[in-house]
Write a protein that binds this ligand. Structure first.
Ligand SMILES: [Zn+2]
Length: 166
């Protein structure tokens, strides 16, 4: 297994739109094992999107059980070709990003979502989730469309915060 380099803003790859995964083969499996190892190598990291490691495919990994504070969660998840089917209960929430290591921001996210996706075998699945897990999925899905939280804030003076190192 190999640790993958996480790209940081303003790397142009982060602004590109990723492609649907169509081949569920051994090269995907190899990428996923490196991708998960990379996520797990970052303390408190709860999600990663494939374009953040330079792979422009619609793949995200989520693991809210790794958060610094406990949240209800479904454990480690890999969502391939995810699509939001339903979203409701929007709130402003603080978020960070491995690709923007020095800042956090307040972003409006749905606290309840239903997401369709394919698992690592290519089988169609649906997940209903809420709160922090729903929030993290939306953040990672934005990466698949080249969107960073910096693109979602209108007033940096009140919505962007220098990250507190811990
Ligand atoms: Zn991010």
């Amino acid at each position: 297994m190999t640790l993958l380099k996480v790209l940081e803003y303003p790397e142009p790859i982060l602004k590109q739109v990723s492609k649907e995964v169509v081949q569920f083969d051994s090269s995907l499996e190899i990428f996923l094992s490196d991708f998960i190892e990379t996520l797990n190598s970052h303390k408190y990291c709860v999600g990663l999107a494939a374009p953040q490691v330079g792979n422009l495919q619609r793949i995200i990994a989520i693991d809210i059980s790794r958060a610094r504070k406990p949240h209800p969660n479904n454990g480690p998840l890999i969502l391939i070709n995810p699509k939001i089917l339903e979203s409701s209960n929007f709130k402003n929430v603080r978020e960070g990003c491995l690709s923007i290591p020095d800042f956090t921001a307040n972003v409006k996210r749905a606290m309840n979502i239903v997401v369709a996706y394919q698992n690592v075998q290519g089988e169609a699945k649906t997940l209903a989730t809420k709160d922090f897990e729903a929030h993290a999925i939306q953040h990672e899905m934005d990466h698949l469309d080249g969107i960073l939280f910096l693109d979602k804030i209108s007033n940096p003076a009140s919505e962007l915060f220098r990250r507190v190192k811990y």
